[in-house]
Write a protein that binds this ligand. Structure first.
Ligand SMILES: [Fe+2]
Length: 314
């Protein structure tokens, strides 16, 4: 019988009854014959970028995004278990390994790590436990922000009221101020914020202005990018949307940007000379473009595909 790991974990091997000899376990490890050089140079696909932020001394960070963990415990709801099973196939089933490899790489090669959201694909007890485990593990000082999938549980509106339903649960798992948080490293202020439905609130905009008043260079980290023509073109190509009036518009993904608070916030960012860079994810592609006279914007590919981005900062 050809027993896959998933069959085994889901108890699909009914023929085995309630207990299985460890000798019957499928091989969980790689088949080294398939990719014998994996790990010889690198286990991740790392891009290399730079931000000139006037730092007190040079340092580097690993930027990752969109891990899309799909774990569920056997006692969780049928919807949760079925959803995670289906989505494991979408994302390859090796997302936790990708995250572990990223953390190990960061610990060895850079000073800090930032995750720009969608660490989980949907809410589950098992996923939230993984969030606690990996945000709390090691001394690589992982920071981050939320993604839209952090709020996903199969229903509810994609707006602030929809977030309210599970906001406390999310906040209990992610160990930072989810609305906006600031970490100063060598005189550079990393501001992370929740813009997971392409919008910011008036309270977030006010808090960001308070960060600007600190007078330090800012690197803004958030899940959803602010589209530039080049980023939009790459996203449309990857997602197989062949013109600029894409499904994003049809689905209202772009519409909120015309919402006045967010529109004004974007205009404020564009004119803000202390803004030196933007880090984002969401589109699962590695692309960079000029955002403003002082800031470039960097998107990183999906961590579920073992992508990461080292950014040196001077
Ligand atoms: Fe994502």
């Amino acid at each position: 019988m050809d027993l896959t790991r998933r069959d085994f974990l889901l108890g699909g091997g009914a023929a085995f009854g309630g207990i299985v000899a460890t000798s019957a376990l499928p091989a969980f490890a790689d088949n080294p014959a398939l990719f014998p050089q994996r790990g010889r140079w690198e286990r991740l696909s790392i891009g290399y970028q730079h931000i000139d932020a006037g730092a007190e001394k040079p340092f580097s960070i690993l930027h990752i995004s969109d891990t899309h963990l799909t774990a569920a415990y056997s006692h969780e709801s049928e919807w949760t278990r079925k959803f995670m099973e289906r989505r494991s196939k979408t994302f390859g089933g090796r997302q936790e390994e990708a995250l572990r490899d990223s953390l190990a790489w960061a610990k060895q090669h850079v000073d800090f790590i930032v995750h720009t959201g969608d660490m989980i694909d949907a809410q589950s007890e098992a996923n939230f436990d993984l969030v606690r485990k990996y945000y709390g593990e090691g001394d690589a000082a992982m920071g981050g922000c939320l993604g839209n999938h952090e709020f996903y549980h199969g229903q509810g509106k994609q707006n602030e009221a929809g977030k309210d339903v599970t906001r406390a649960k999310v906040a209990a798992a992610f160990p930072f101020d989810n609305a906006l948080s600031s970490t100063v490293v060598n005189g550079v202020n990393f501001v992370t914020l929740d813009n997971v439905y392409n919008t910011v609130t008036a309270a977030q905009a006010t808090r960001f202005e308070a960060e600007v008043k600190k007078g330090l260079s800012i690197i803004l980290c958030m899940h959803c990018p602010i589209d530039t023509p080049r980023i939009r073109r790459a996203a449309n190509k990857y997602w197989k949307r062949d013109n600029l009036k894409s499904v994003w518009d049809a689905n209202g993904w772009k519409e909120p940007r015309r919402e006045p608070v967010t529109r004004d916030f974007v205009a404020y960012l564009k004119a803000q000379p202390l803004l030196k860079g933007i880090l984002a994810g969401h589109y699962h592609i590695d692309v960079a473009d000029r955002f403003s006279p002082t800031a470039n914007e960097f998107l990183v590919g999906g961590n579920f595909l073992f992508h990461g981005q080292e950014i040196t900062i001077t």
